[in-house]
Every structure is written in C-alpha cells, then in structure tokens.
Design a protein around this ligand. Structure first.
Ligand code: NDP
Length: 267
C-alpha cells in the first residue's frame, strides 16, 4: 500500500496518481523506482480525489506545480474532459489515464500499453480474440485491438453496453450473445475479480489458448484459476501496469523508461 494524500493536503512533488480509492495502486512504487534508477530528482505520490472534486483537484495540483498525473478509476473520463488538447486515439476512447498538467494535455496509454503486452507475449495480429466486458478498460483495449489488426469479438453481461461500445468508438467487432467459441486469446476486462468472481466463459468451447486478466492480484484471480483448470496459458494485469506506466513515463519525460526496473518494483 502507498501512503495516500487527500488532494487538499498533497505534498510538494512532480508526479502523482489520482483515483478513489488509490491506496492499492503500485504506480508510486514503480515510478519512484524508475526515477531513482535514472538519478532523476522527482517524487511520485498517490492522491485521493473524490468523484465530485476532480476539476478543483486538478487545478490545485497544477497550481502546486505538479507536472504529470496518472488517472485511475473512476476519473478517466473526467480527466479527459478537463484537458484542452489530446490525440485521436484518446478522443475516440473518451478517457485518459495520463495528463500533462501544465500543458493541459491528455493521453491514453492503456490501449497502446495493452498491445505492447500482447506483442511481448507473442500474440500476433489476426489472432481471434474475445474481450469480456464493456467498461472503461474494455473501451481502450477494443479500439487498440482493432487498430492493430486483431479479429475481435466482445461479450458483456449487459449486452446493450457492448453494442453501445462498438458504435461509440466506431469499430467493427462481433457482439456475442453467449460467452463461447474458438479463440486464441480471451481477455477479462470486467471488474468481476474485485468481487472475487469470474465472468462467464465456456472453456470447453475452445482449444486452449491464452487467458489474460487485466486485473492484477497476488493470487490468481477466479478467471485465471478457471483458465488454468482448463489448461490455458495465463497472464495477469501486472505487465499491463508496467507497459502503460512506461508509456506515460516516456510521454512526460521524452526518455525511454527502464522497463526491467519498473517490472521488478511491482513483481
Ligand atoms: P468498469 O466499472 O468501467 O466496467 C466494469 C465491467 O465489468 C462492465 O463490463 C461490467 O458489466 C463488468 N462486470 C462487473 N462485475 C461483473 C461480474 N460479476 N460478472 C461479469 N461482468 C461483470 O471497470 P473498468 O473497465 O475501469 O476496469 C475493469 C478491470 O480492468 C478492473 O478489474 C481494473 O482493475 C482492470 N484494469 C487494469 C489495468 C492495469 O493496469 N492492469 C488498467 C485498467 C483497468 P456490466 O456492464 O454488465 O455491468
């Protein structure tokens, strides 16, 4: 657990992650390890911001001189709305996990970071992919997957939300009525694991491939436990944490991120 500051009591620092809750975030540990390794005199802290106070909190941190922020649940859409400038990918997703506070610029490193993790795991474009979920994480992943050439199907407990997702971001993907079929990769982008549950997938309907849970936890999540029982390979959300963090780091500072050091800090 990181030390958490309420936004009105935020200390002098250059970088922070904001969210509510935010104490579970490994981002301070990961970024401070990167700064220390490179001898950079920066500090990265965790700042709690309640849902109704995002705009004044961002202005306050900006006035305190903070340079860059990561943004986590549930503030990614509001952070996007606050910024005056963004890129095409982030505009289509409508949510930002990274801000240049002084420049009022927003970007989304969750989507490109997610593709980095697939590339590193050897999952090739054209692979058949099932994305479970239709919330914020699924939105960024869906757009990044389609833009990178993956063959995408989506299943969400509330089907209408998955239909809305593909029409909002303007992608071609099949919305399934049942969580079954032959896939190379099945991604859990739901928050079911936070309630110690797994989203539904009929493991017997596919040859074993790779099961990827975007959540990270010390123990395998219920989704990954089910995958392992069915002889699938598994991957949790830690590589994504590192990949999106590394992209934020480079976006803020213009230098390569020390990936190994960051991964070691959160292992
Ligand atoms: P949202 O609240 O935006 O979306 C939640 C989604 O989960 C919805 O599709 C919802 O379905 C579904 N869901 C919730 N509970 C269940 C359940 N019991 N069974 C089936 N479906 C369920 O969450 P986010 O998109 O922001 O986050 C999703 C996950 O991704 C979280 O676990 C988060 O920690 C993780 N994440 C990890 C990152 C990393 O760096 N590793 C980065 C970003 C996210 P419905 O529409 O039917 O309600």
């Amino acid at each position: 657990m990181s030390e958490v500051f309420l936004w009105r009591e935020a200390p002098a620092a250059e970088f922070a992650v904001i969210g509510d809750p935010v104490g579970h975030s490994l981002s301070p540990r990961m970024h401070n390890a990167a700064f220390a390794h490179l001898g950079l005199p920066y500090r990265y802290v965790a700042v709690q911001v309640p849902a109704s106070e995002v705009q004044p909190a961002l202005e306050h941190l900006r006035a305190l001189g903070y340079c860059g922020l990561n943004v986590t649940v549930p503030h990614k859409q509001e952070a996007f709305a606050w910024a005056g400038e963004t890129d095409d990918f982030t505009a289509r997703v409508g949510a930002a996990n990274t801000l240049d506070l002084q420049g009022r610029i927003a970007t989304n490193t969750d989507g490109p970071g997610f593709i980095d993790t697939l590339t590193a795991a050897g999952v090739r474009p054209n692979s058949r992919v099932l994305l479970l979920g239709a919330g914020g994480a699924a939105r960024a992943a869906a757009l990044a997957l389609v833009e990178s050439g993956y063959d995408l199907c989506i299943y969400n407990r509330t089907r209408q939300r998955a239909v809305g997702l593909i029409s909002d971001i303007g992608i071609r993907a099949d919305v399934l009525t049942e969580p079954r079929g032959q896939f190379d990769l099945v991604i859990n982008a739901t928050s079911a694991g936070l309630q110690d549950e797994s989203p539904l997938f009929d493991w017997s309907s596919s040859r074993p491939g790779l099961a990827y849970d975007m959540l990270y936890a010390d123990e395998p999540t219920p989704f990954l436990e089910a995958a392992l029982k069915n002889e699938w390979m598994v991957m949790d959300g830690k590589p994504l944490l590192v990949a999106q963090g590394a992209r934020s780091f480079t976006w803020w500072l213009g230098i390569p991120a020390p990936l190994d050091i960051m991964a070691e800090a959160v292992a």
